[in-house]
Design a protein around this ligand. Structure first.
Ligand SMILES: [Zn+2]
Ligand SMILES: [Zn+2]
Length: 231
């Protein structure tokens, strides 16, 4: 097994470290050692990705039009490095680690919960050989009772957001998704909309609107990392 860094990626010195080296402290053994995992959880402060204010309950008073949003960390932290490893270095073991972190920061949700990962562009799935958000969602569902994963939101057509301006992203996101007709929306189910990184939030906001319009009554959002750099 080689450690592949795609040439489309900006090479970061940390990419040259062996994959089973802790991304937090460099100790050999796992991509995230117990100590660094505990630190991420202990130092965790829920931040509203939309207005960037502290948001311990997940329900942001300034962004009341959005559902509760739970986030692990900023993108320029160990969490962000792990997401990068998973996406661009095919470090699949990292999906389980990120699911574990998400499980630790999410509250108890009573009743049936369906995780709805935001669909990845099919070109990216082909390049990586797997769908990284789907992988994390599956590991997360295994950790909770009554949680399942369903690709309820699908792409209306594939668009690439990388490098697009904020206004272009918003315009794209509005047309990017639709409800997968295979699935019914149930008012009693909680839908956990899930994406790895929040940049402008255009994708999540669009997915939220589509799910609400389709009749979903209880929605929460999970974001692994917040990008504070606006494109
Ligand atoms: Zn460590
Ligand atoms: Zn907010």
């Amino acid at each position: 097994m080689g450690f592949i860094v795609k040439n489309t990626t900006i090479l970061n010195p940390i990419d040259l470290i062996a994959p089973h080296t802790c991304r937090g402290c460099g100790i050999i053994g796992s991509p995230l050692c117990h100590c660094c995992k505990n630190n991420i959880i202990l130092e965790h402060q829920n931040i509203c990705p939309n207005c960037k204010s502290e948001n311990p309950t997940g329900i942001c008073p300034k962004c009341s039009y959005l559902p509760p949003i739970y986030t692990i960390a900023d993108r320029d932290t160990t969490t962000g490095v792990l997401i990068h490893d998973l996406k661009y270095s095919s470090a699949r073991a990292v999906a389980k680690i990120l699911a574990g972190l998400a499980d630790d920061i999410l509250p108890n949700i009573l009743g049936e919960t369906t995780i709805v990962p935001l669909p990845t562009i099919s070109q990216h799935i082909r390049e990586r050989g797997f769908d990284h958000t789907m992988q994390i969602a599956k590991y997360l569902a295994k950790r909770r009772q009554n949680w399942i994963v369903r690709p309820i939101i699908e792409r209306a057509h594939d668009t690439v957001q990388v490098g697009a301006s904020e206004s272009a992203r918003l315009a794209q996101a509005k047309k990017a998704y639709k409800i997968n007709p295979k699935y019914q929306i149930h008012k009693s189910t909680t839908y956990l909309l899930f994406d790895d990184v929040w940049t402008t939030g255009a994708s999540m906001k669009s997915a939220h609107k589509i799910l609400t319009t389709a009749g979903a009554n209880k929605i929460v959002m999970l974001i692994l990392a917040i990008s504070r750099i606006k494109n």
